[in-house]
Design a binder for this molecule. Sequence first.
Ligand code: FES
Ligand code: FES
Length: 158
Amino acid sequence: MDVTLKLKINGSVRTLETNPERPLLDVLREDLQLTGTKYGCGEGQCRACTVLIDGRPVTFCRLPVSRAENKEIVTIEGLAKGDVLHPVQEAFLQEGAMQCGYCVPGMILTATSLLEKHPNPTEDQITEWMNGNLCRCCGYPKIMAAVRRAGEVKTSIR
Ligand code: FES
Ligand code: FES
């Protein structure tokens, strides 16, 4: 049965009528046209569907949308400030850290949360934090370079 849900997404409150058991990923893509969040495995194994929930990276391809109510949700569409890219987005661009690009929104959001916790992360911290975000194009070296670059930029502007 559908219920009324209020979701805080990218700084706005969105109200929708939906089955509370639907995955948040479906609601984002199908109801709210926030298609930057990607459907990969649908089984919680690839993190293509990562969004930030209260600043933490969470995969929502299986979890019900009702679990995201009253929390701050950030999708890749909410990261830039107007025309100004987030430093992690800029770093991915500068490093050319994408091939097909399918994994990139999830990678960028996961890296964003890493840099909030560890502004200048070690190699081990990057590896550990990003572990689980899979790239089917195996573009890991450039992705790692982009995360390092974003950390350097973030540290230099603090
Ligand atoms: S699509 Fe959600 S973890 Fe793969
Ligand atoms: S760039 Fe293709 S999946 Fe990562």
